[in-house]
Design a protein around this ligand. Structure first.
Ligand code: NAI
Ligand code: UGA
Length: 440
């Protein structure tokens, strides 16, 4: 099938590459010339495992092309997938301006009957709004059918999640459009759930808000465990054995970040207010998360009395491992709080440093290794659980630190390995701090 994808961000690019991989002819369109130039050279503008490999393979085999010209990209498309951003507005609602522009671009350049798929995360009712915009401005006499098809991939495993999704939601009031989209995805062999458009839109927000709430719930339990002398890791394990609870997304830490949970929880809250339906649970989810992002700095302040002049090593900047995305990363708040308290911060992240610099600026120093960050540090903050930090020889870090104090915001360091080092003050999340007696 001939597919056009509007927007080559995390979702659009992953979708485009994977649809080409299962045999479709795909043209990805973006208004960002820099991105399209890179993509044409076979380079991915984002860090995502396997993405570049599949990008090169499918471009070389002639199933994947990139353009900044809507006219060129849309000319032959049977299916057009909209995957532009829907960021957060100041009042919490989803900003639909990119989507509105996308509808305008489509109206201008669509020249044949096609199915338009809204994959961007959009508030309930938006598919109908886009359809009206599109039909109202359409230049050619063609038939357009609409499908809501929200996306559930995670950054850092976008390709894997797309090729092996848990489900594909297809929301449409038109049977033939729904069938066409099922046909497009059929080679993936993933279960479909067919719904009406509004339910499909809500499924996306409900899923993200539920997962964010699960994280805030376990973080609240973590704080309770710390005060009560219990261990949240064991508590989460004990809860997770119950299939009704499930063990996923019960990792306590310094809160959720990223381009979606923070904005989507707020957007759903905004929708509920607009519809006059109380949903204070979401307010708590947000407030627990904000508090959790302050956790490491609060603990360090308690430990040191003042952070003025203290040197802190930050391991990790991206909002989660395996991505260079800094959107709403907890590291931003942590870096700002630390420096506002007079601390000096040296940070290392395997891939996110240059994006981090754009957001955090030069209030902190960006270094090229964990050991360099740890040099002369009074404390180490583990902010992102990159595999290489978990595997790191902690002794090598402790050797260069001024004091052996670790605040582990992701409970990811191996305690047995820590015990094999010299004596350490270790502050995990969700269980009391411990002095790990070492062999010094
Ligand atoms: N990032 C993620 O992991 C996930 C994101 N989503 C949702 O998918 C949507 C897209 O998210 P991301 O891929 O992260 O966004 P992004 O911000 O990374 O990419 C959006 C792209 O759209 C392009 N664009 C904007 N207007 C355009 C137009 N008129 N024509 C062509 N291209 C245009 C931009 O230049 C940009 O490259 C959002 O609604 C988001 O909430 C859903 C699931 C996962
Ligand atoms: O709509 C979206 O954009 C996507 O949002 C999330 O994906 P993503 O933001 O890429 O990453 P997650 O793995 O969900 O992590 C989000 C945040 O929650 C945190 N988290 C996650 C799990 C956990 O147990 N504890 C925890 O603190 C992570 O550190 C990270 O900051 C969802 O998992 C995807 O299904 C969804 O498609």
């Amino acid at each position: 099938m001939k597919v056009a994808v509007l927007g080559t961000g995390y979702v659009g690019l992953s979708t485009g590459v994977c649809l080409a991989e299962i045999g479709h002819e795909v043209v990805c369109i973006d208004v960002d010339e820099r991105k399209i130039d890179l993509l044409k050279e076979g380079k991915s503008p984002i860090y995502e495992p396997r993405l570049e490999e599949l990008l090169i393979k499918n471009s070389t085999e002639g199933r994947l092309a990139f353009t900044t010209f809507h006219q060129q990209g849309l000319r032959e498309a049977d299916i057009i997938i909209i995957a532009v951003g829907t960021p957060q507005s100041d009042d919490g609602r989803a900003d639909l301006s990119y989507l509105e522009q996308a509808a305008k671009d489509l109206a201008e350049h669509i020249v044949r009957d096609c199915v338009v798929v809204v994959k961007s995360t959009v508030p309930v009712g938006t598919n109908e709004y886009v359809k009206q915009l599109l039909l109202g401005q359409l230049k050619s006499n063609v038939e357009i059918k609409m499908v809501s098809n929200p996306e559930f991939l995670r950054q850092g495993s976008a390709i894997e999640d797309t090729l092996k999704a848990d489900r594909i939601i297809i929301g449409s009031d038109d049977v033939s459009a729904s069938e066409k989209i099922q046909e497009m995805y059929r080679p993936l062999n993933v279960p479909f759930l067919l719904t009406d458009v509004r339910s499909a839109e809500i499924i996306k927000y409900a899923s993200n808000a539920f997962l964010a709430t699960k994280i805030s719930f376990i973080n609240a339990i973590a704080n309770l465990c710390e005060a009560a002398g219990a261990d949240v890791e064991d508590v989460a394990k004990g809860m997770g054995f119950d299939k009704r609870v499930g063990s996923a997304f019960l990792n306590a830490g310094i809160g959720y970040g990223g381009s979606c949970f923070p904005k989507d929880v707020k957007a759903l809250l905004h929708t509920s207010r607009e519809l006059g339906v109380p949903f204070s649970l979401l307010e708590e989810t947000i407030s627990i998360n904000e508090h959790q992002q302050e956790l490491l700095v609060d603990k360090a302040l308690k430990r040191f009395g003042t952070l003025n002049g203290k040197k802190i090593a930050m391991l990790g900047l991206s909002f989660k491992p395996n991505t260079d995305d800094m959107r709403e990363a907890p590291s931003i708040k942590i870096a700002r709080s630390l420096t506002a308290s007079g601390a000096e911060v040296a940070a290392f992240d395997p891939v996110a440093a240059s994006n981090a610099r754009k957001v955090i600026g030069d209030i902190i120093t960006y270094v090229d290794s964990a050991v360099e960050a740890a040099k002369d540090a009074d404390a180490l903050f583990v902010v992102t659980e990159w595999e290489e930090f978990k595997q790191h020889d902690v002794a090598a870090l402790l050797d260069v630190m001024k004091q052996p104090i670790i605040f582990d915001g992701r409970n990811c360091l191996d305690e047995a390995a820590l015990k094999a080092c010299k004596t350490i003050e270790y502050y995990p999340v969700g269980r009391p701090a411990v002095i790990l007696k070492g062999n010094d």
